[in-house]
Design a binder for this molecule. Structure first.
Ligand code: NIG
Ligand code: FE
Length: 415
């Protein structure tokens, strides 16, 4: 029997389309008052005025009366480091005292300290811990998350991380879609300190072939004193040849040309971009590379926010994500992401909604399946407590979500 969900009395607010919304189009949302949405076997089969909805009398369905509340596409958190061992609260206090993120990393802390903790955890323990974070995400309306490896930094431990992601994705009743990314090029591990070239060779000859087919994306921390442009280009080429789609952590700490490299390599997204050059903005817009901006990281590192308006004015597609990780940004807060984007990055709430839905979907290569409320797309929806979507940034840093729906099933209800 078909499983159906019907929502009536909704204020549907959604971007429209099967690909990223660029530039000025990001502000164009479709709003349907007194709308109905029908989800059949996990797929949206009707969205429009309530009057147009045909209810088949012979079929069981669950009914939600939205009482005028806003219904949005489920949020897509398109950049997270969801799998990790341990925590780094000491490092956070060192940063509060003025030490920089890169200096902590260079003296063997930072990413390497999470690598030590992750290597000693089992796959099951890593997945269990990540599920707790997934449950919190679901409460904030996230219905798709991208999850990276990158705290193993040897073949076996990277594969263990990818397996943990795979286990989570195939957990029966999982609350969201999970997209996996191989981030073996997150840092040079301590056993290769001073021998970056040899680690790059290991990645090309052993790790990339081993991870082939086990993740959708390949990502790299392209940064001064980590993987600089030449090594990044080599690794990205090898990954592309192995069938991965590409992402980059680009121009996060210094202006290095990561954005330009993303454009050159045809990456799906370049992420962070706090220190992107004007040329990088232009090339990303021209090549259709999604600019994934992570305001929580800038906030937590006391860095300037990424130039969202420059990207939008250049006609690029901007996505927003949390960057949840145990180091630079231990937060997965969608409400705070929205507030920072609107208050400090001068994005409008309409652009912010597009950035967290359809453009997030494009950043994980799924804009044809999720990211908007249209027939044929997956039934991933979030109902707010309020009937006006402008409440989202106004209720600063607070959760406006009443109900989260994944594939037509209610996965979270505020009451
Ligand atoms: O996106 N900069 C590189 N990677 C992460 C941080 C990882 C960590 O500090 O553990 C980021 O900021
Ligand atoms: Fe990151």
């Amino acid at each position: 029997m078909q499983k159906k969900l019907i929502i009536t009395n909704a204020t549907v607010v959604t971007p429209v389309g099967n690909s990223a919304c660029k530039g000025a189009d990001m502000a164009k949302l479709t709003v349907i008052e007194n709308a109905a949405v029908k989800v059949t076997d996990g797929i949206i089969t009707y969205v429009g005025p309530a009057a147009g909805l045909i209810i088949d009398s012979d079929i069981d369905y669950s009914l939600i009366d939205a009482e005028g509340r806003v219904v949005l596409p489920g949020f897509v958190d398109s950049h997270t480091h969801l799998i990790f061992g341990g925590y780094r609260p000491d490092e956070f206090s060192w940063r509060l005292n003025g030490e920089s993120y890169m200096s902590i990393m260079q003296r063997g802390g930072g990413i390497q300290s999470t690598v030590n903790a992750t290597r000693s955890e089992s796959c099951d323990a890593l997945a269990d811990k990540a599920q707790w974070f997934i449950n919190r995400m679901s409460e904030m309306g996230v219905t798709t998350v991208e999850a990276k490896s990158g705290y193993g930094l040897d073949t076996e431990s990277e594969l263990k991380m990818l397996e943990a992601i795979d286990c989570l994705a195939s957990t029966p009743g999982q609350k969201l879609n999970i997209v996996s990314t191989f981030l073996g090029a997150h840092a040079v591990p301590k056993e290769y300190k001073g021998r970056t070239g040899e680690y790059v060779e290991l990645m090309i000859n052993e790790m990339i072939p081993a991870a082939k087919g086990k993740a959708k994306f390949f990502d790299i921390f392209t940064e001064k004193n980590v993987f600089e442009i030449e090594d990044s280009r080599k690794l990205l080429k090898a990954a592309r040849e192995a069938g991965f789609e590409l992402k980059l952590h680009a121009d996060e700490i210094v202006t290095l040309g990561g954005a330009e490299l993303a454009a050159e390599m045809g990456a799906v997204s370049a992420d962070h971009l706090l220190h992107v050059s004007d040329e990088g903005v232009k090339q990303m817009a021209e090549k259709g590379v999604v600019a994934t901006l992570l305001p929580l990281t800038a906030f937590a590192l006391r860095e300037p926010f990424a130039p969202a308006r420059k990207f939008i004015e250049a006609g690029a597609a901007v996505a927003l994500a949390t960057d949840l990780n145990p180091g630079s940004c231990f937060s997965g807060s969608i409400p705070l992401t929205i507030a920072l984007a609107c208050i400090y990055m001068n994005m409008t709430i309409e652009e912010t909604i597009t950035a967290l839905t359809l453009n997030g979907a494009a950043a994980v290569g799924m804009a044809d399946k999720i990211g908007s409320i249209e027939t044929g797309k997956q039934g991933d929806l979030v109902m707010l407590e309020f009937s006006n979507y402008r409440m989202l940034p106004y209720y600063v840093g607070m959760n406006c979500v009443n109900t989260t729906i994944h594939k037509g099933n209610i996965v979270y209800e505020a009451r």
